[in-house]
Write a protein that binds this ligand. Structure first.
Ligand SMILES: Cc1cc2nc3c(=O)[nH]c(=O)nc-3n(C[C@H](O)[C@H](O)[C@H](O)COP(=O)(O)OP(=O)(O)OC[C@H]3O[C@@H](n4cnc5c(N)ncnc54)[C@H](O)[C@@H]3O)c2cc1C
Length: 384
């Protein structure tokens, strides 16, 4: 077993060495460096296109998915080796995709065979970009309070309502969306629907942030007709699909706690202030503990052996850690770090990254909600 894994590691290393273009081993510097794929994606460079094509061909955009759906059928241990070898040379992810991190796992578990064959290979190849239609103006933490309605019209669903904070809705090709198909029960009346964002009646309005970016939108549905076979799982049982997907979303967001390829803050920052140095040392110890805990969690999660509430624990720990990391970077950078529009500050990268982390403990469910889940389902405290 170990010998097989050693062979796999050395073959993987050789392949990456030969196939990962040098430009794709450079750190991410701007949004365009992150390839999201989809119908309207414009590659930032030939290297970006080539890297995606080569990884797709090998099934390595989704290494642990079965081969029939565009994956490589790797075991969790092999997938981990691939990840380590990519990290060793600083290789970028070939594809960033809500299809891979969120919808795919839900389709693998709840989708019909027809849905799996139709959507999973497209996701693996980065041909369709997805967005997530969960939150509504009156339903965020209380997600099951959602009001977007899908009426059964015999040969199709008719969808009416509004979503909010839909990340990249204006750039996405398709949406996975929670809709109310019955008002008899709060959680029991929700269905999980997929539809094309070009369907007549779908419109988006970007929300402009203080940073000047518009990473998300209000999304409106006015008499949107959706084919009947685009419900995932059973009608009125979409809450099960939604919760399962949220576990995967939280797993993805928890990964922020690992700080990318940044490594130890103590090696990166050398402030004169001894108190700040002590805070940085304490942070590095916690980051190492989180990395060790993550290794165990990700392995168990991929093998389907993790406690159902453990993504909440990891999401809470990872995002609070990431926020602390950027607070320390700002503190060590002093007033220079607040610069926003100069070349010297790389267009305010530190400040913008720091501000972005504020959303980590909101997106995918707030820290308070994660703590409620941990309290109830892991610690067994009375429900809230
Ligand atoms: C960067 C970003 C990207 C996002 N992308 C998407 C997306 O693509 N698709 C999508 O559907 N949504 C998206 N969201 C929305 C996100 O899921 C919600 O913002 C989140 O679930 C919180 O809901 P809310 O904003 O309505 O806040 P509310 O639910 O109104 O919460 C307000 C405050 O009250 C606290 N609170 C609420 N209920 C409780 C409770 N029971 N116990 C203790 N405290 C409580 C919360 O912790 C929070 O501090 C995104 C959000 C962000 C910030």
């Amino acid at each position: 077993m170990t010998a097989d894994l050693d062979t796999f590691r050395s073959q993987t290393r050789d392949w990456l060495e030969a196939n990962c273009p040098p430009e794709m081993r450079e750190p991410i510097r701007s949004d365009a460096d992150m390839c999201w794929g989809g119908r309207n994606w414009t590659f930032a460079s030939d290297a970006q296109r080539l890297w995606l094509e080569r990884m797709v061909e090998r099934g390595w955009t989704v290494p642990h998915w079965p081969k029939q759906y565009g994956g490589a059928g790797l075991s969790p241990t092999e997938a981990k080796v691939l990840k380590e070898e990519m990290a060793r040379i600083g290789a970028r992810l070939p594809l960033y995709s809500f299809g891979i991190s969120m919808l795919g796992p839900a389709l693998l578990k709840f989708g019909s065979e027809e849905q799996k064959n139709r959507f999973l290979p497209e996701i693996a190849r980065g041909e369709i970009r997805w967005c997530q239609g969960y939150s509504e103006p009156g339903a965020g933490s209380d997600l099951a309070g959602l009001q977007t309605k899908a009426e059964d019209k015999g040969d199709h669903w008719l969808v009416n309502g509004q979503k909010v904070w839909t990340s990249y809705a204006d750039k996405a090709d398709w949406i996975f969306c929670l809709v109310r198909t019955s008002s008899e029960s709060k959680q029991g009346g929700i269905s999980f629907l997929l539809f094309d964002m070009e369907t007549p009646g779908v419109s988006t309005k970007p929300i402009l942030l203080i940073s000047g970016n518009s990473p998300f939108c209000e999304t409106f549905f006015d008499d949107v007709k959706v084919p009947k076979d685009q419900v995932v799982g059973e009608v009125n049982r979409g809450w099960d699909v939604a919760k399962y997907l949220l576990g995967h979303e939280r797993e993805m967001i928890a990964g922020m706690g690992l700080g990318g390829t940044g490594g130890s803050l103590g090696k990166m920052l050398r402030p004169d202030d001894p108190f700040l140095r002590a805070d940085i040392a304490a942070f590095d110890v916690d980051a190492l503990a989180f990395a060790a805990m993550s290794e165990r969690f990700f392995e168990m999660f991929k093998a389907g052996e993790a406690h159902p509430a453990s993504p909440s624990m990891m999401k809470y720990a990872g995002t609070e850690l990431n926020k602390r990391r950027h607070e320390l970077i700002m503190a060590a950078g002093g007033s220079d770090a607040l610069e926003r529009d100069s070349e010297r500050s790389k267009n305010g990268k530190s400040a913008r990254d720091w501000l972005r982390t504020k959303a980590n403990s909101i997106e995918g469910g707030t820290s308070e909600i994660q703590l409620n889940i941990v309290a109830k389902h892991i610690l067994g405290l009375p429900g809230t």
